[in-house]
Design a protein around this ligand. Structure first.
Ligand code: G6P
Length: 605
């Protein structure tokens, strides 16, 4: 998704801007660009290639200046072509970078065209540049304020003006923007991580805020134009950081970091109380009888997996909703509801909007499960549980997912305790199982060679079916999602019991069927479903707990995982499926960390 880096520096700002863009590459993009104010001119380079190509172009063009704006673009309005790449100029005077979607851009474009403005791109961003230009009378802050008043939709922008060489204006509404202060300058970016190399103190802008970076001075004003002081935070460098080390890809590294990520997440728990921000009083969740979980993509599957845990441990009616669907449905209040927003980034536009929608419908008890402590969802929620996965760079989520599962499991136990459904001694048993999870994960990771052998058999297929039951049905969905995201093989996840209601028609020896088979109460049902596949000549690839008694045989390839791990079993099986997707993608030679068309952090609707 689009990423912004901008600022004013004491020295040539180009290296800081390019390093920031490299740090934002993980979000996914299809073009990038940078502009600086240099000897009274706004100069830019843009490319449809990677940031390292932009770096070479900037060097060749001898870009050098103290003030600049830069961008990675993930196309929404207009194809990924150079004319649509940011920074977008109005004349030679105004340069804008933008993350978000301007919903009234067509009407604005028309009125600007009537006033004589010419459009050189298909982007919605160009209306911002021309509006700022139109309102400019010597003060770029005033011009941005007046221009943004006309915008509907979501935006985070950074704007500079040729005539005010030491000034950059930022504005946010619906998309994230953070100010970073370092010894050499003041910067703006889409996240703190982008500025980790050049800033040590950070200020998150609130909805409607404008920031004026003038030399090394920073002034923030709110939507009403009043000067405001926003809280400053220091940068926390994650031990699970962003160096690739000996790994081939970030996704591989992040898969292997899972034992540590889970252990670190568990280490944050004191007294079985994962709600760490604004601690709920003892019993504050005791009357919760409904749970509404909101998420997108992998985070939605984490929520779906957890439904079974909330039902079983807390005896609450739990439902997981896809945020982009829920936010446009009628909210039927069920009373005594806890709303849980599940999100790695805490910035996903649909989940944030869904959370706000639930709040606007009167749902006051909200908890965010996020991997980014300073994110919008954490700030929006009454409580938050911060997972400690560390920075996740690969677009396909792995360690964020397993730590979300840990968080949701804990929350189910906490609510179960408060509702008197889980006794203290049962809670101790579950905590012991959680504590054993990192080692169990290492055991699964040790199956990598066997999984690589499966990958050899699967990588030339064009379709795959993933089956599971109970809490392993969402794991089948997640396994299919991982495979399609990074290998581009068409894959579908199904509850195994649904096989005979449709997907069985697809089963031939050309359609591999991957089964997640824990030794749980549904095992004998699952065995029947596997027989259904075998009887039609289908080829099974079964991830089986060692105590299932399942064996390899004709048409059945089997990897033996550790013995059944109880209700936390989904956390183990999903890791094997992550590795499978990873090795299939390696053999197909795809761009694993930045799969085509996808973005890490989806901050537009
Ligand atoms: C994108 C990412 C996924 C992620 C989803 C939700 O689609 O590519 O990896 O699961 O967004 O993101 P969130 O930050 O809300 O978990």
């Amino acid at each position: 998704m689009c990423g912004i880096v901008a600022g004013v520096s004491r020295r040539n700002i180009i290296p800081s801007l390019l390093e920031g863009l490299k740090r934002l590459e993980y979000r996914g993009y299809d073009s990038c660009g940078v502009a600086v104010l240099q000897r009274g001119e706004a100069r830019r380079v843009r490319t449809l290639s990677r940031v390292c190509a932009l770096e070479a172009d900037a060097r060749a063009a001898e870009l050098d200046g103290l003030t600049g704006v830069a961008h990675t673009r993930w196309a929404t309005h207009g194809m990924p072509v150079i004319d649509n790449a940011h920074p977008i100029f109005s004349g030679e005077q105004i340069a804008v970078v933008h993350n978000g979607i301007i919903e009234n851009h067509e009407a604005l474009r028309q009125s600007l065209t009537e006033k004589g403005y010419e459009f050189n791109s298909q982007t919605d961003t160009e209306v911002i540049a021309h509006l700022v230009h139109e309102h400019y009378c010597g003060d770029i802050l005033a011009a941005v304020r007046n221009a943004t008043r006309l915008l509907q939709g979501a935006y985070a922008i950074a704007v500079m003006c040729r005539d005010e060489p030491n000034r950059v204006i930022g504005a946010r509404q619906g998309s994230p923007l953070v100010v970073g202060i370092g010894k050499d300058g003041v910067f703006l970016a889409s996240d703190t991580f982008a500025l980790a190399g050049c800033a040590s103190r950070f200020i998150y802008l609130e909805e409607g805020d404008l920031v004026d970076i003038n030399g090394l001075d920073v002034q923030i004003c709110d939507a009403q134009g009043q000067a405001v002081a926003r809280r400053e935070i220091a940068f926390v460098q994650h031990a699970l950081g962003t160096e690739l080390g000996a790994y081939r890809h970030f996704m591989q590294k992040e898969i292997f970091e899972q034992p540590v990520a889970v252990a670190r997440t568990l280490a944050t728990i004191v007294d079985l109380d994962p709600l760490q921000v604004g601690m709920p009083r003892e019993g504050e969740l005791a009357d919760v009888s409904n749970l509404l979980m909101l998420g997108c993509g992998t985070s939605y599957y984490a929520a779906l997996t957890a439904c079974g845990w909330f039902e079983r441990f807390a005896n609450v009616a739990a439902r997981a909703e896809i945020s982009s669907e829920y936010r446009y449905r009628e909210h039927v209040s069920q009373g005594n509801t806890l709303v849980v927003a599940v999100s790695q980034s805490g910035e996903t536009a649909d989940t944030l909007a869904a959370l706000r929608y639930a709040q606007s419908m009167g749902e006051e008890r909200t908890v965010a499960i996020c991997n980014v402590a300073a994110s919008a969802m954490v700030r929006q929620s009454r409580w938050a549980f911060i997972t400690e996965a560390g920075a996740e760079v690969g677009v396909a989520s792995t360690k964020a997912f397993t730590t979300q599962l840990v968080a949701l499991f804990l929350l189910a136990i906490v609510i179960g305790r408060q509702r008197g459904r889980v006794s203290q001694s049962e809670a101790v048993v579950y905590m012991r199982q959680l504590a054993a999870l990192p080692d169990a994960l290492r055991n699964v990771l040790a199956r990598e060679p066997e999984i690589m052998a499966w990958a050899e058999e699967l990588y030339q297929k064009e379709h795959a079916l993933f089956l599971g039951r109970g809490t392993h049905y969402p794991i089948a969905l997640e396994g299919a999602l991982k495979l399609k995201e990074i290998s581009y093989i068409h894959a579908e996840g199904y509850p195994a019991g649904e096989l005979k209601h449709g997907p069985l028609a697809l089963v031939t020896d050309a359609m591999p069927v991957i089964v997640t088979a824990p030794n749980d109460v549904l095992l004998h049902k699952l065995k029947s479903n596997m027989e259904e596949v075998r009887a039609r000549g289908g080829r099974l690839f079964v991830l089986a707990d060692s105590d299932t008694g399942l064996k390899s045989g004709p048409g059945v390839r089997l990897i033996r995982l550790p013995a059944w791990f109880g209700p936390l079993s989904p956390v183990l099986h999903v890791v094997a499926l992550q590795l499978l997707a990873y090795h299939v993608a390696c053999l197909r030679g795809t761009d694993i960390d930045k799969p085509r068309n996808l973005a890490k952090s989806v901050t537009v609707e």
